[in-house]
Design a protein around this ligand. Structure first.
Ligand SMILES: C[S@@+](CC[C@H](N)C(=O)[O-])C[C@H]1O[C@@H](n2cnc3c(N)ncnc32)[C@H](O)[C@@H]1O
Length: 601
């Protein structure tokens, strides 16, 4: 089959902008101006997108067909595994062996495509066909894989991009220094490499040759002669090359000089604890070879956002997406924190990050449920109630269930939680029986949800909790071993003090109530010393315009920086009635939201 003529039929979903980050906070003032390299339009905003890349790719076609210069992807390798991350607690001590104690493993993403190589290839194929559409005529694509699938993916790439556009197969030596650990035990050749397949869209592609600086042994051995212009050597062809003009050793298809995270140096400098995170230097080499400053580049399986970080440092515009909320959260923090990031074999970046927006897919769950044919007939409701262990009495109105002493309402994925809808839920729940608790399970959090429900919740005598269903639930409906974990999106308490004298407001993050957070287990409770241990990140838009979250202030933890500020102050230049929107993320990657209207006299 010829990939060139095939169109992939996928429901067209819209991308929804949920936040825009600009380095306006005071902390960036001393870093000088943002640098926009030539070819980098100042009004361009980079994009970090949460969701399934199949729908994202389709949605990007409208604006970016033929516009992306370089695509790098590092898809899960069909290893049949679940990848977990280690949740860190602020005060956790190191064990005697020096390793941080494992507090809890949470799943970051799964690497299962229906269990077979062919379903992995089918998943990839659909996406590659759209990526080809997005690539510019002089564009390049690198696909990072390993022995599990490399030979099959090569055939797939030949089919889609054409064998004539295959450029190189690169071997990245992931055990460049020595082989250690369990690998040594293998009664076989020790596996020590990943593969990068490099294809282009046509024979006219951007390529900047890369060089590795000569090492001292080479210089001492070959640059023995010297004249008034400096040290030089005579090449085999008889040319005179001065040391200052020697670009170095051209990079071959075997990359031995970029250490993987199997080694302490890169892992310590850059490791954010995201499984399968790649070194920045690896991405930097690809970016520098196959794009120029200002070019638009993309990674559609971006994980912890290594591509975004490297692109940012090298002055490229970027689009990165991932299915994992945890991955996107790490990626966001890495870009926000870019001046603090010490990259292995990377120059420090000392300027503020360039603006980027956070996007999600509108109606994703709905589309997925329809794709699985469980939406129209409401089969998903039966599946979900089994998973959640909630029971429905025949006499109850649809979507109302019972669990222990609570009444549970399953909000349909196509219904927003408006004020009227919430009122209706409360009225109907009271008709059913006399319960003290009402849990409303929602699929997504929208920015206005807090404002809508806060007053109603306060007025009611029963306890109302709004609980978020996990993002990966729609992908696990048929997975019998999957157990969804929910949390209460209002469980964060904020204190707010307005001082009219100097038009100043002080906000304090007072508490996070983990009682209704199913991610917290007894082990974590024992380790945590206070509520701040549960908070990973919080950020404030001091003048929310009701449409888009544009935070000016943020504080967050990183793998190395384990403390977080719990108060923030802001001075308003003038009187007014601004709205403050606060977003908080706990150590499991769960989002909370708060909104307040204040008067500045
Ligand atoms: C090998 S990891 C990428 C790691 C990344 N290169 C880094 O440096 O952190 C593969 C990523 O693909 C993501 N992924 C898997 N299926 C996806 C899909 N359908 N859409 C978007 N991302 C997906 C996973 O969540 C995971 O983060």
């Amino acid at each position: 089959m010829n990939g060139k003529d095939e169109e992939i039929v996928v429901e067209e979903l819209q991308l929804k902008r949920v936040g825009c980050f600009k380095p306006s906070a005071a902390k960036y003032n001393n870093l000088g101006e943002i640098i926009f390299p030539s070819g980098y339009p100042e009004n361009w905003i980079n994009r970090l997108i949460l969701g399934d890349n199949l729908y994202i790719l389709k949605a990007l076609l409208k604006d970016f067909r033929g516009k992306i210069k370089l695509i790098y992807i590092d898809p899960p390798f069909a290893t049949e595994g679940n990848f977990s991350y280690k949740v860190q607690i602020k005060h956790s001590e190191k064990s005697k062996g020096g390793r941080e104690e494992k507090e809890i493993m949470e799943r970051a993403y799964k690497d299962k495509w229906g269990g077979t190589l062919s379903s992995f290839l089918t998943m990839l194929r659909k996406r590659l066909l759209i990526m080809k559409e997005l690539l510019s005529n002089d564009g390049s694509i690198y696909i990072h894989i390993d022995y599990h699938s490399s030979h099959y993916v090569k055939v797939l790439m030949d089919e889609i991009f054409g064998p004539e556009n295959f450029q190189r197969e690169i071997t990245w030596n992931t055990q460049a220094l020595n082989v250690a650990g369990f690998k040594v035990q293998a009664r076989n050749w020790i596996r020590a490499s990943d593969t990068l397949l490099f294809y282009t869209k046509s024979d006219k592609f951007t390529f900047n040759k890369q060089f590795i600086p000569r090492d001292k042994t080479f210089i001492d051995k070959h640059y023995k002669k010297e004249d008034e212009k400096g040290r030089y050597r005579i090449t085999r062809r008889g040319n005179k090359v001065y040391l200052g003009e020697d670009p170095g050793d051209p990079v071959t298809t075997v990359w031995n000089d970029i250490l993987s995270f199997n080694y302490v140096a890169p892992a310590n400098l850059e490791g954010e604890g995201y499984p399968t995170q790649k070194p920045e230097a690896l991405l930097a080499r690809i970016i520098e070879a196959s794009s120029n400053e200002g070019d638009l580049i993309a990674d559609f399986f971006c994980g912890s956002g290594t591509m975004a970080v490297a692109a940012e440092k090298l002055g490229r515009r970027w689009i990165c997406c991932d299915l994992s909320r945890y991955g996107i959260h790490i990626a966001r923090k890495r870009v926000l924190d870019i001046v603090e990031l010490k990259g292995y074999k990377m120059k420090d970046y000392v300027r503020p990050f360039r603006p980027f927006m956070l996007q999600t897919l509108k109606d994703y769950q709905l589309a997925k449920l329809s794709d699985e044919s469980v939406y129209e007939n409401q089969d998903y409701v039966k599946i979900l109630s089994n998973m959640l262990g909630i029971t429905r009495e025949e006499s109850y109105a649809p979507f109302f269930y019972v669990k222990d002493t609570s009444i549970v309402y399953l909000n349909p994925p196509d219904t927003d939680l408006t004020k009227e809808h919430l009122q209706e839920i409360i009225v109907n729940s009271k008709k059913i029986a006399d319960f003290n608790n009402l849990d409303i399970n929602i699929w997504d959090i929208s920015d206005n949800v807090y404002k809508i429900v806060e007053e109603l919740i306060k007025q009611e005598s029963m306890e109302i909790r709004i609980k978020k269903l996990p993002d990966d639930l729609v992908d696990n409906l048929m997975n019998e071993t999957y157990r969804p974990k929910l949390y209460d999106i209002y469980a964060c308490k904020i204190g707010l003090k307005v001082s009219d004298e100097n038009k100043k407001v002080l906000i304090k993050l007072l508490n996070i109530d983990i009682e209704h957070n199913e991610f917290v287990n007894d082990k974590i409770k024992q380790k945590a010393k206070d509520y701040s241990d549960y908070i990973d990140y919080w950020t404030i838009d001091y003048d929310y315009n009701g449409k888009e979250f544009r935070p000016e202030w943020f504080s967050f933890k990183t793998r190395k920086r384990r403390s977080i500020e719990l108060t923030s102050t802001h001075e308003y230049g003038a009187s007014g009635e601004p709205t403050i929107l606060i977003k908080i993320v706990d150590i499991f990657g769960n989002d909370y939201i708060r909104e307040s209207n204040i008067t500045i006299k």
